[in-house]
Ligand binder design. Structure first.
Ligand code: NAP
Length: 283
């Protein structure tokens, strides 16, 4: 039987609609319009597209969007000074530094000057610490979106075996922690994992965040599993491809996300949600 497609676009649209009401209430009751500042350094075409999409999504729901575009020649000191200025600006509720930064810049000290109350990307060590100790805090947007997609299937997480392929700070680690916090039994695979197919085949929930086109084939999936494909790779055909070989996987999985139209729209929706939350709590 063919897998049910998890429609990330439709789920994200519903979330954005709900946010519009929260933003209206916030404006009426507290006179606050949530504001997201995005810092973009350099000319990376993919980053420029991501930032444009975030700006458009903010405008669509009524979040004030400020995009600060800096030249490639920006120094570490200049970037830190700008982020500090945003940190103290009471009209800015969320700050996002678009990654990757140009090679001469070190992202870690920059991310540390974003106050954790404005860290809507969930990358500050305070928020990472909250996630790893099961406390409330901002959670990395892609991981949060992955969890919502799994929840949308109505399939249980508690007590199930979840396998996350990829252990990046941005996706793999926060996703595995979120699943653990929801009482799944979690295994994390990475480039040094031996005999990965024998592990992925045990997964009731399989999340793949590697960045290699068609890396997970149908024969690596447990029949009926929920499969969430985070990967996005631009193929030789110029199109975006996931980590999962959709054609073979869809015949085995119970639920599966497409690429594009799965995780991507949810990442942006979660960024908007975190920004609205920042406005509600700290605005
Ligand atoms: P990343 O930092 O490059 O991490 C990739 C992970 O994959 C690493 O942990 C790496 O293991 C692991 N890996 C590499 N080769 C492997 C192999 N042969 N077997 C098992 N694991 C392997 O990438 P990322 O930032 O997590 O992003 C992953 C993918 O998701 C990319 O395609 C990215 O574009 C996409 N992405 C999509 C969204 C979205 O909104 N749709 C958001 C973020 C990222 P090691 O740690 O051992 O090196």
């Amino acid at each position: 039987m063919a897998a049910e497609i998890i429609d990330g676009k439709a789920i994200a649209r519903e979330i954005r609609e709900g946010l519009k009401d929260r933003i209206r209430l916030l404006r009426e009751q507290k006179g606050v319009t949530p504001c997201l500042a995005v810092v973009l350094v350099g000319d990376d075409p993919a980053s420029k597209t991501y930032v444009r999409n975030k700006e458009r999504a903010c405008n669509e729901v009524g979040i004030c969007s400020r995009v600060l575009r800096l030249p490639d020649s920006t120094s570490q000191h200049e970037l830190m000074r700008l982020v500090k200025r945003l940190a103290y600006d009471p009209d800015v509720h969320g700050i996002l530094v678009q990654l990757p930064l140009p090679a001469h810049l070190d992202k870690d000290p920059v991310l540390m000057v974003v106050p954790w109350q404005k860290d809507v990307d969930g990358l500050h060590v305070h928020n990472v610490g909250c996630l790893s100790t099961g406390r409330n805090g901002f959670v990395a947007c892609t991981a949060k979106g992955v969890l919502r997609l799994i929840e949308s299937t109505g399939r249980p997480i508690e007590g199930r075996r979840a396998v996350v392929v990829g252990r990046s700070n941005l996706v793999g680690k926060p996703t595995s922690l979120l699943l653990l916090n929801h009482n799944a039994t979690v295994t994390v695979c990475h480039s040094k994992t031996a005999d990965m197919p024998s592990i992925t085949r045990q997964a009731d929930i399989l999340v793949c965040a590697v960045g290699k086109q068609g890396f997970i084939r149908g024969d690596m999936i447990k029949p009926g599993a929920v499969v969430i494909d985070v990967g996005t790779t631009r193929g030789a055909d110029g199109k975006l491809h996931g980590d999962v070989d959709f054609a073979s996987a869809a015949g085995v999985a119970g639920h599966i996300t497409p690429v594009p139209g799965g995780v991507g729209p949810m990442t942006i929706a979660m960024l908007l949600e975190n920004t609205v939350e920042a406005g509600e709590i700290y605005g």
